[in-house]
Design a protein around this ligand. Sequence first.
Ligand code: ADP
Ligand code: MG
Length: 697
Amino acid sequence: MASFFSTSIEFLKGVGPQKADLLKKELNIHTYADLLQHYPFRHEDRTKFYPIRSLNEHLPNVQIKGQIRSKQLAGAGRKQRLVVQLYDDTGSIELVWFAGIKWVEPKLKPGITYVAYGQVNRFGSKLSMAHPEMNVLTPALENNKFLQPVYSTTETLRKKYLDSKAIFKLQKTLLQEAYGRIPETLPEDIRREYALFEKKDAIAQIHVPNSAQHLQKAKFRLKFEEFFFMQLRLLMQKQIRLEKFKGQLFNKTDLLTRFYQEHLPFDLTNAQKKVIKEIFADLKSGKQMSRLLQGDVGSGKTIVAFLTALVAIDSGAQVALMAPTQILANQHYEGLKEFADLMDIRIELLTGSTKTKQRRVIHEDLKNGSLNILVGTHALLEDVVEFQNLGLAIVDEQHRYGVAQRAKLWKKNKNTIPHVLIMTATPIPRTLSMSVYGDLDISVIDELPKGRKPIKTIHQYDANRLKLNGFLKKEIEKGRQVYVVYPLIEESAKLDLKDLMDGYESIARAFPEYPISIVHGQMKADDKDWEMARFVKGETKIMVATTVIEVGVNVPNASVMVIENAERFGLAQLHQLRGRVGRGAEQSYCILVTNYKLSKDAKTRVQTMTRTTDGFEIAQVDMQLRGPGDMMGTQQSGQVDLLLGDLREDEPILSAARQSAQAIIKEDPDLQLEQNRLIKIQVEAQKKNKINWSRIS
Ligand code: ADP
Ligand code: MG
């Protein structure tokens, strides 16, 4: 059976060695199985003819039939176009060609009924179709109603007559032989529960659908399967981890009790209590914790990290906290030190700029165990950094670390793998966390501390500068401080710096009475720190900066965040920047300044920001705009490589598949039961060829 699907594509009727070579090079199609899984990316609706009067520009591609009554060349030279009026009983529409006119024009004859297929556009009150596909109406075209699959192909392939239609033909040829041999991969009870097509029907129907409903069902089945095996793989990894790795047992709570009684600076929110409970249950389970802690900016992750650290330290273990940037490491250090000092717990910071002498002391004290908490950047991962007993590794991820780097931290304890708590301040849509972090346990802080006034977000056009300055003046007079942020994009750093300096000057002119700080990426670290410090102390009222302040500063008295050229920022960045204000008791504002011309995406971003402060909602929109791969960065996008499934729209399918996988792992972790035989075969096959989770084997 395996041998049929691994047959080289060259042996398929109509392919041959030359075309096979091209298919391999251009589309990575090597075998029969590869071709069958080269799914169409959409289907054209050839099931009906639209009356011309019923057309509008919101329809997908449509099929119409009619006769040509006029045909003329308009414009001259490069701007020449062919304009044709197509009529049916209900009305008329303009068909337009800008290229290939010489070839198209002679074929279009009055008095013959044509079928035109294409996208309807509107210009003013006029509807038109540009470059429609034209066919003379034949009885076959008239009666043969179908959904035409469209396959991705390349220019090179098209030149060699391997366009979408040719690929469709190959699929039909292959299906004739393959259909009866396609093995089922999901057990019957799962198929029954979700009314899933058999695999062979799903494959057949996605290429040659009988109807829109069948196509729908075929896609559902194939997506379900893809998600199912992906989730199964993640859950099995987790299973193996739990069986294989013991975790240190942390069950002393003396330090914790003392901190609660003497120093806890505020009542914990219910969300904080909930996640702390989840974490503590892990720490005393005897199993190794691998947990993701998600919490929006300002939701209070620091205290959760500290309480977790206390429990580890109480049992004689050390704690490492790793952050992706120096500024962020610094901020964590400051935040934790405040608490650690109260408890006489030793904490140090290790980054690229730690002096050699200080480094030596840190290395020494880590080894002899007198240093309890080490905060730092990836400098922590260097071999010279040895702990006496690392029991808890906290990773502030910000999407920047991959699985491999996490694994390096594990190795810092040669006896037992440390417990791992991964923190992220960027909310991640559920579908993404289920895929990228599907092997981890997940805790969410979904509530902000009480008493915070929601930040008011306002969109303002460039031209209203005077009004904006007036508003800022009022806020400063009330005693508040203001951030004014400019974008920084590496490729045009010079231009950005000019924008920033121009902005600084105009602000200095508008506010001659107030001292102003300025911070940007091209300043020396010391100068930056000095400027930041002045703002933190309240000596300066306005901070003009590039996005370097995105992470890092915590100034509760700053209540206004002005973001210049806001259209150039991504949603995640805008959300992070806004999180810099709203930290004190005052009403805070975020003002997005843009020019009048906004792209569609930029408009959506601005509207989203003014509509909501909910990080999860913003993350969801961000994923719609950018796609899951981009959102997670290149390192982790590989983990969400899906053939058919789409994390933007398939949450219900993913959830169902995860539930199914969970139920199976729970009942039959080693897949020994007869009813799970098909799953086991598939899992084994996937282990052998690691490329794809839903390969036909
Ligand atoms: P983040 O999750 O962004 O790291 P922090 O831990 O820095 O958030 O907390 C943000 C601010 O909220 C800090 O000033 C912190 O002291 C305060 N805070 C945290 N938890 C609470 C709480 N339960 N009640 C009141 N203030 C809190
Ligand atoms: Mg924080």
